[in-house]
Design a binder for this molecule. Structure first.
Ligand SMILES: [Zn+2]
Length: 206
Protein backbone atom coordinates (compact mmCIF):
# COMPACT_ATOMS: atom_id res chain seq x y z
CA UNK A 1 0.00 0.00 0.00
CA UNK A 2 1.33 3.37 -0.94
CA UNK A 3 0.02 6.76 -0.10
CA UNK A 4 -0.29 9.49 -2.69
CA UNK A 5 1.04 12.63 -1.13
CA UNK A 6 -1.17 15.12 -2.80
CA UNK A 7 -3.40 16.24 -5.56
CA UNK A 8 -2.39 19.43 -7.25
CA UNK A 9 -4.74 22.20 -8.22
CA UNK A 10 -3.63 24.76 -10.73
CA UNK A 11 -5.47 28.01 -10.97
CA UNK A 12 -3.74 29.58 -13.92
CA UNK A 13 -4.33 29.08 -17.59
CA UNK A 14 -0.60 29.14 -18.29
CA UNK A 15 0.83 25.98 -16.81
CA UNK A 16 3.79 26.75 -17.02
CA UNK A 17 19.75 14.02 -4.84
CA UNK A 18 21.08 14.08 -1.99
CA UNK A 19 20.41 16.20 1.08
CA UNK A 20 23.40 18.42 1.64
CA UNK A 21 24.86 19.81 4.81
CA UNK A 22 22.35 21.96 6.63
CA UNK A 23 23.01 25.65 6.03
CA UNK A 24 22.11 28.21 8.67
CA UNK A 25 18.50 29.31 8.32
CA UNK A 26 18.45 32.75 6.75
CA UNK A 27 15.04 32.79 5.15
CA UNK A 28 11.78 32.70 7.03
CA UNK A 29 8.25 31.76 6.15
CA UNK A 30 5.21 32.41 8.25
CA UNK A 31 2.43 29.81 8.14
CA UNK A 32 -1.04 30.96 9.09
CA UNK A 33 -2.77 27.84 10.37
CA UNK A 34 -6.53 27.34 10.23
CA UNK A 35 -7.20 24.27 12.35
CA UNK A 36 -10.70 23.30 11.19
CA UNK A 37 -9.93 19.66 12.00
CA UNK A 38 -9.42 20.52 15.68
CA UNK A 39 -6.07 18.78 15.88
CA UNK A 40 -4.91 18.75 19.52
CA UNK A 41 -2.33 21.25 20.71
CA UNK A 42 0.28 18.61 21.48
CA UNK A 43 -0.11 16.87 18.15
CA UNK A 44 -0.02 20.06 16.15
CA UNK A 45 3.00 21.24 18.10
CA UNK A 46 4.86 18.02 17.32
CA UNK A 47 3.85 18.25 13.66
CA UNK A 48 5.20 21.79 13.51
CA UNK A 49 8.46 20.61 15.06
CA UNK A 50 8.75 17.92 12.42
CA UNK A 51 8.07 20.35 9.56
CA UNK A 52 10.34 22.94 11.15
CA UNK A 53 13.15 20.43 11.46
CA UNK A 54 12.82 19.51 7.78
CA UNK A 55 12.97 23.17 6.74
CA UNK A 56 15.87 23.92 9.08
CA UNK A 57 17.75 21.42 6.96
CA UNK A 58 16.89 23.53 3.91
CA UNK A 59 18.06 26.78 5.50
CA UNK A 60 14.55 28.12 5.98
CA UNK A 61 12.89 28.77 9.30
CA UNK A 62 9.16 28.35 9.74
CA UNK A 63 7.03 30.51 11.97
CA UNK A 64 3.49 29.58 12.88
CA UNK A 65 0.46 31.72 13.48
CA UNK A 66 -2.69 30.14 14.87
CA UNK A 67 -5.64 31.77 13.11
CA UNK A 68 -9.14 31.86 14.48
CA UNK A 69 -11.57 29.54 12.68
CA UNK A 70 -14.70 30.54 14.59
CA UNK A 71 -15.71 34.03 15.60
CA UNK A 72 -15.55 33.14 19.29
CA UNK A 73 -12.61 30.74 19.00
CA UNK A 74 -9.01 31.11 20.08
CA UNK A 75 -6.25 32.40 17.85
CA UNK A 76 -5.42 35.53 15.93
CA UNK A 77 -7.83 37.26 13.58
CA UNK A 78 -5.30 36.97 10.73
CA UNK A 79 -6.88 39.79 8.77
CA UNK A 80 -3.61 41.43 7.71
CA UNK A 81 -2.86 41.13 3.99
CA UNK A 82 -0.53 38.28 3.11
CA UNK A 83 3.01 39.44 2.50
CA UNK A 84 4.40 38.10 -0.74
CA UNK A 85 7.28 35.74 -0.17
CA UNK A 86 6.60 35.57 3.51
CA UNK A 87 3.10 34.34 4.40
CA UNK A 88 1.44 31.03 3.58
CA UNK A 89 -1.92 29.64 4.61
CA UNK A 90 -2.49 26.12 5.91
CA UNK A 91 -5.96 24.65 6.28
CA UNK A 92 -6.27 21.50 8.38
CA UNK A 93 -9.56 19.88 7.43
CA UNK A 94 -11.30 16.69 8.45
CA UNK A 95 -12.15 15.10 5.13
CA UNK A 96 -14.34 12.10 4.58
CA UNK A 97 -13.35 8.88 2.88
CA UNK A 98 -14.86 8.10 -0.46
CA UNK A 99 -16.28 4.58 -0.69
CA UNK A 100 -13.85 2.26 -2.39
CA UNK A 101 -11.10 4.86 -2.45
CA UNK A 102 -7.83 3.00 -2.84
CA UNK A 103 -5.34 5.82 -3.05
CA UNK A 104 -5.36 8.31 -0.25
CA UNK A 105 -4.16 11.85 -0.81
CA UNK A 106 -2.98 13.62 2.30
CA UNK A 107 -2.96 17.13 0.98
CA UNK A 108 -3.14 19.57 -1.87
CA UNK A 109 -1.65 22.89 -2.80
CA UNK A 110 -3.06 25.60 -4.97
CA UNK A 111 -0.46 26.80 -7.43
CA UNK A 112 -0.62 29.82 -9.66
CA UNK A 113 1.98 29.37 -12.32
CA UNK A 114 1.79 32.95 -13.49
CA UNK A 115 2.83 34.07 -10.06
CA UNK A 116 5.66 32.83 -7.91
CA UNK A 117 3.87 29.70 -6.72
CA UNK A 118 1.04 29.83 -4.28
CA UNK A 119 0.00 30.55 -0.74
CA UNK A 120 -2.75 28.06 0.12
CA UNK A 121 -2.39 24.43 1.10
CA UNK A 122 -4.85 21.99 2.61
CA UNK A 123 -4.14 18.86 4.61
CA UNK A 124 -6.78 16.19 5.12
CA UNK A 125 -6.25 15.21 8.73
CA UNK A 126 -8.74 12.35 8.45
CA UNK A 127 -6.54 10.78 5.78
CA UNK A 128 -3.38 11.49 7.76
CA UNK A 129 -4.83 9.74 10.82
CA UNK A 130 -6.03 6.77 8.78
CA UNK A 131 -2.70 6.31 7.03
CA UNK A 132 -0.73 6.76 10.26
CA UNK A 133 -2.83 4.07 11.91
CA UNK A 134 -2.41 1.63 9.04
CA UNK A 135 1.31 2.31 8.81
CA UNK A 136 1.72 2.19 12.60
CA UNK A 137 3.45 5.54 12.66
CA UNK A 138 2.86 8.70 14.66
CA UNK A 139 0.13 11.00 13.38
CA UNK A 140 2.16 14.08 14.29
CA UNK A 141 5.22 12.93 12.34
CA UNK A 142 3.17 12.13 9.26
CA UNK A 143 1.26 15.38 9.57
CA UNK A 144 4.48 17.36 9.84
CA UNK A 145 5.94 15.67 6.78
CA UNK A 146 2.74 16.22 4.80
CA UNK A 147 2.74 19.91 5.71
CA UNK A 148 6.41 20.23 4.75
CA UNK A 149 5.68 18.52 1.40
CA UNK A 150 2.91 20.98 0.59
CA UNK A 151 4.97 23.99 1.65
CA UNK A 152 7.59 22.57 -0.70
CA UNK A 153 5.17 22.75 -3.62
CA UNK A 154 4.29 26.34 -2.80
CA UNK A 155 7.89 27.52 -2.41
CA UNK A 156 9.16 25.55 -5.38
CA UNK A 157 6.23 26.80 -7.43
CA UNK A 158 5.92 23.37 -8.92
CA UNK A 159 3.61 20.39 -8.87
CA UNK A 160 6.49 18.11 -9.81
CA UNK A 161 7.22 15.00 -7.81
CA UNK A 162 10.80 13.74 -8.04
CA UNK A 163 11.52 10.09 -7.34
CA UNK A 164 13.37 10.61 -4.09
CA UNK A 165 13.20 12.81 -1.05
CA UNK A 166 10.29 14.48 0.69
CA UNK A 167 8.77 15.61 -2.61
CA UNK A 168 8.31 12.09 -3.99
CA UNK A 169 4.68 11.34 -4.80
CA UNK A 170 4.18 8.08 -2.95
CA UNK A 171 5.13 7.12 0.57
CA UNK A 172 4.98 3.43 1.42
CA UNK A 173 4.00 2.03 4.77
CA UNK A 174 7.44 0.47 5.07
CA UNK A 175 9.04 3.89 4.61
CA UNK A 176 6.66 5.47 7.09
CA UNK A 177 7.41 2.75 9.62
CA UNK A 178 11.13 3.23 9.14
CA UNK A 179 11.54 -0.33 7.86
CA UNK A 180 12.75 0.91 4.49
CA UNK A 181 15.24 3.77 4.06
CA UNK A 182 13.69 6.99 2.84
CA UNK A 183 14.70 10.62 2.72
CA UNK A 184 12.35 12.95 4.52
CA UNK A 185 14.10 16.14 3.53
CA UNK A 186 14.63 18.37 0.51
CA UNK A 187 17.52 17.92 -1.88
CA UNK A 188 20.19 20.61 -1.76
CA UNK A 189 18.94 21.78 -5.17
CA UNK A 190 15.35 22.10 -3.95
CA UNK A 191 16.52 23.92 -0.82
CA UNK A 192 18.60 26.37 -2.86
CA UNK A 193 15.70 27.04 -5.20
CA UNK A 194 13.30 27.75 -2.34
CA UNK A 195 15.77 30.11 -0.65
CA UNK A 196 16.40 31.93 -3.91
CA UNK A 197 12.65 32.28 -4.55
CA UNK A 198 12.16 33.76 -1.09
CA UNK A 199 15.11 36.12 -1.58
CA UNK A 200 13.78 37.39 -4.89
CA UNK A 201 10.24 37.82 -3.62
CA UNK A 202 11.37 39.66 -0.54
CA UNK A 203 13.51 41.96 -2.70
CA UNK A 204 10.59 42.59 -5.07
CA UNK A 205 8.18 43.22 -2.21
CA UNK A 206 10.57 45.78 -0.69
ZN1 LIG B 1 2.87 16.61 -3.84
Amino acid sequence: MKVAMCFMLTVSAAYGATVGAAPRPHAAVSVRTYNYAVVGIEQISEARSEAGHIFDGAGISLEWIECRVHSEGAGAACTEPLLVGRDLMLRLVDGRPSPGERVVALGESMLDHEQWGGVLMTIDVFAVRAVAERAATAVSTLLGRAIAHEIGHLLLGSAAHPRVGLMRPLWSHEELRGLKPAQWGFSSREAAKMRETLRQLTRTAN
